[in-house]
Design a protein around this ligand. Structure first.
Ligand code: AHR
Length: 308
């Protein structure tokens, strides 16, 4: 695939900066603030002129931002879509205006694949599988049932859909595991705590494991577990996703068992894709990110190395 536009080299042709309209999901998590920082640090003058817009987790705000970027005739639009569906119309408007679109972090569900040029981000299905594989390994020798509650991410978002799918795919092969409750905590600490409180009440002590779609919700849930007089990390084992510093601190304190890494530091790679797309160079359709899994016993040694 290739985008349309300028002349190559470091700038937008004839020494002009590349104007990028970037629509961010929001500031819902530690992961997100690290991602915003990384994007802002990479898309800097004189090479780039960044128009940054925060959608506060609302698709309607993102659609407005995209339309405003189109009206301003930016060179490239990059965005991290809050949810997967509902993008066809606005993306068609961008295409009609000849503005290439780069997806970052989250995917969209569109029937016309030509509506975006490339997508850089993690493999969320694999992250869900990794969380489940950790759980299976950690449950060696345990008899069932293992009762799991799931704190899901934002309803309709790619990471919520995919992490749930990957996790289920792996645990379905082992009859000990049962997901007894699932609800969205919208990727925030406050909601994670609130929903976990409701889970604890409803299950009346019958929860063995929490699978949280991100670390922030797990950290919120840890508070709820402690306030209920239970021990996070042992009474309820917890696995979450992202690998933010807060998760490493919780693991070091013995309150979180494992975190599956999801790297938010995409800024430099995004900048390179934008350069290439703007210059009309070929870019891969999909760029993924290398990531690992970290457990409680690795936390103290790994914490000083964490970059987010
Ligand atoms: O899209 C990535 C997810 O969004 C991160 O896992 C989560 O923390 C963020 O809000």
């Amino acid at each position: 695939c290739s985008g349309s536009g300028g002349e190559g080299g470091g700038e937008g042709g004839e020494g002009k900066p590349i104007t990028v309209g970037f629509s961010q999901v929001g500031a819902e998590s530690e992961w997100r603030t690290a991602n915003t920082r990384s994007v802002k640090e990479a898309l800097v003058a004189p090479e780039f002129r960044l128009r940054f817009s925060d959608a506060q987790q609302k698709q309607e705000n993102q659609i407005k931002a995209l339309r405003s970027f189109i009206a301003q005739r930016v060179d490239v639009i990059a965005f991290s879509p809050v949810v997967e569906s509902g993008w066809e119309t606005v993306l068609r408007e961008a295409k009609a205006a000849n503005i290439p679109v780069v997806l970052t972090d989250r995917a969209v569900d569109v029937s016309d694949e030509s509506l975006y040029v490339t997508f850089i981000g993690s493999d969320f299905v694999e992250e869900g599988r990794r969380a489940a594989r950790w759980l299976i390994e950690d449950s060696e020798g345990k008899t069932g049932p293992v009762r799991i509650v799931e704190l899901q991410g934002t309803v309709g978002s790619a990471p919520a859909n995919d992490r749930m799918r990957g996790f289920k795919e792996v645990i379905e092969g082992d009859s000990r595991f049962q997901i007894v409750r699932s609800q969205s905590g919208d990727f925030t600490r406050a909601k994670g705590k609130e929903v976990m409180e409701a889970f604890i009440k409803a299950e009346n002590g019958g929860i063995d494991v929490l699978f949280a779609h991100n670390d922030d919700m797990a950290i919120g849930a840890i508070q709820a577990i402690e306030e209920a007089g239970l021990k996070p990390g042992s009474d309820i084992r917890i696995v979450s996703i992202d690998g933010v510093r807060g998760a490493f601190e919780a693991m070091k304190a013995g309150k979180l068992n494992a975190t599956v890494e999801c790297n938010p530091l995409l800024g430099e790679q995004l900048a390179q894709l934008i350069r290439d797309v703007h210059a009309g160079r070929e870019v891969p359709r999909r760029v993924t990110v290398e990531e690992g899994v970290y457990t409680m016993d690795q936390a103290a040694a790994e914490l000083p190395n964490r970059k987010y």
